[in-house]
Design a protein around this ligand. Sequence first.
Ligand SMILES: *[C@@H]1O[C@H](CO)[C@@H](O)[C@H](O)[C@H]1NC(C)=O
Ligand SMILES: *[C@@H]1O[C@H](CO)[C@@H](O)[C@H](O)[C@H]1NC(C)=O
Ligand SMILES: [Zn+2]
Length: 529
Amino acid sequence: MLCGKQLILIVVLAVVALATASDGVHDVRELTGASLVQPAFSTDVAIGKYTPPEEMDRKFWYDLANKELAARLKLTQPNTKKAKNLILFLGDGMSLSTVTGARILKGQRQGHTGEEASLSFETFPHTGLSRTYCSNAQVPDSACTATAYLCGVKTNIINIGVTAAVSFNNCTESQDPANRLTSIAEWAQNAGKATGIVTTTTLTHASPSGAYAKTANRMWECDTDVKDYDVDPKTCIDMATQLITQIPGKNFDVMLGGGMGKFLPKTIQDVHGNQGERSDGINLLSRWQAQHPGGVLVSNRNHLLSVNVSSVKSIIGLFQSDLMDFNMEADASYQPTLSEMTEVTIKKLSQNKNGYFAFIEGGRIDHGNHYNQAGYALDETLEFEKAIKLARDLTNIEDTLIVVTSDHGHTLSIAGYPGRGTPILGLNNHDRDVNGVKYTVLNYAAGPKNYLDKKGQRIDLTNKIGANDFVFPSYITKDIGVHSGEDVGIFASGPQSHLFTGMMQQSTIPHLMAYAACIGNGPKLCDAK
Ligand SMILES: *[C@@H]1O[C@H](CO)[C@@H](O)[C@H](O)[C@H]1NC(C)=O
Ligand SMILES: *[C@@H]1O[C@H](CO)[C@@H](O)[C@H](O)[C@H]1NC(C)=O
Ligand SMILES: [Zn+2]
């Protein structure tokens, strides 16, 4: 027997199949036959041709509202326990429009209209908003924001782990003890907790570096980079060296990501087939292995998945020479997914009886958005949400606080009046520009392609759109897209998750997590009792 839901699904799929077969365009409502030149809002194009039948009955919405009300009424008794474990998930460049777009793509990949779908972290009980500006920037970068959500202090753009008293590339100022910050990873280590960082970018990229680095320039990833900025790498130590030789980096139990080149001399070819990038001749990976008896260095998926977390003391994984590949482009037999890295990390860190702190980044959402390749940005967001679901399933909601947030927005917009179920990566079939030309549902304020013809008129993208790597249109032409300055979301689950509500400064996030776990030098739940 088919239940109602299955029947509806079949109807939707049949309509999609029909529309796709008849005109090759991936939109259920290509059949609107709208006239070309339209005023700003025209009812005959703006009205979608498909409404889910169940949504025509008010009972559908009343029932849904009752479910959502019941969930909120249950929250009157928040989880006031102490958090033994802390996991901070960071979607780099995961603007709220990216969250919405990813949610729609998830639903559409499952054969639904999409708008009604939910990402794993959207079901978390408490949500808030984070203000992302930095000390000298209305719109921030990933370095000053990492300093905010990991060290709990806002700083200048490009700085990591140092205060706003440090100016760009000023080595001297960054060495002044008064300007150097500690991160929540260090607070956790001081409390006897295990610590780990995971990213799909490089271990020396801005976001994970917030957990360990102190630098006046996020580009100082290896000694060669420091020299390129006319600074002496002996005085201002590069971030890869900080990670391997200084507190708290050298004490990390797990470090997984890309960027092997920053750890190896130019004279060495790494296992991925590329030359190292260091000029000082130092092999930081050999040094790490010498200092971590019982530690294991892994460089591909099989290596990682074969690690026995009970028998190794610590793990460093470097799965590419530079950034890890976009999930859609990756060799899945070679490069682990974010979920796989998350699973190994949680299993390893949870062996510590005092608990752990983990920082886990979906780092390439940002790059998809920078390149205006929204398909990549949304797919990376779906990989991110899978890892979060896995983390919630692997951990105990009574002792593990999971906080999901982003560092900054991107200029992605979901525009026009596309009908319900319109493919999120497709054309908006219900609106036209002033010249009567259709436009894409997703657009960016800035990026590499504006798709204008010689007369400055927008070209029709009907036969151009569809590939995974399609570059969506932008208004301001630049080599790559730019960040945006609106607030980003915070989603929390577990002990003290009710603290993560309302509008807050991004720099408040680690202080709330530290309060929940009774770590750091600030106010603590354990003192309040
Ligand atoms: C760094 O800052 C100090 C003062 O804080 C200043 O005297 C010095 O010139 C700066 N160095 C550079 C290279 O800008
Ligand atoms: C993993 O290591 C532990 C401790 O050394 C050992 O007892 C266990 O058998 C190992 N598991 C596997 C699957 O090898
Ligand atoms: Zn960025």
